[in-house]
Design a protein around this ligand. Sequence first.
Ligand SMILES: Cc1cc2nc3c(=O)[nH]c(=O)nc-3n(C[C@H](O)[C@H](O)[C@H](O)COP(=O)(O)O)c2cc1C
Length: 175
Amino acid sequence: MTALVVFESMYGSTAAIAEAVASGLADLRVPVTVCEVGLAGAPSLALRPSLLVVGAPTHQRGLSTARTRDVARADGTGTVSRGDGVREWLDQVVGLASGQATAVFDTAVAGRLAGSAAHTIGKRLTRAGAELVVPPESFTVTGRSSGLRPDELEKARSWGRSLALFAVAAASGAR
Ligand SMILES: Cc1cc2nc3c(=O)[nH]c(=O)nc-3n(C[C@H](O)[C@H](O)[C@H](O)COP(=O)(O)O)c2cc1C
């Protein structure tokens, strides 16, 4: 049994959520690897994790593009993801997604018009045959680069713990 958490992050909030989700999975003894999307590459899915978790920041109500990442980099407040994002990674891996147990999350500002990168990720993966084990989850930032709302890290850890059951179920189904 393994879980793989793949994330994109420009200012660090989505990276922090990814680590907190991984801590939650590890709390329930699921062996977990956390991987920045530019380092994940296509082989990450070929290894067939029991549970795949994918997270990204919401940009322009969906997934980032080269242009929105450039906007974030131009802020000069420090960049975690220096290359391609989840959008381009999905282009590489969707062919391997069939039957893959998956959970998706994003970070976004609060509000009705915020949009959701997680919904876009979820749609692309389910269209490719992946199984979303829980609905897309969202974690709230206080502004573009000002970090997470208090309590979001604990919420992420708790969400990670709730995902452990699905990793166990997927691993036993695969046996
Ligand atoms: C170019 C750009 C566009 C953005 N568009 C949205 C948006 O449409 N909705 C939203 O909720 N947040 C938007 N944001 C804010 C991001 O969601 C926020 O920067 C992100 O959650 C921070 O995560 P990170 O620290 O992992 O990069 C945008 C940020 C940038 C840089």
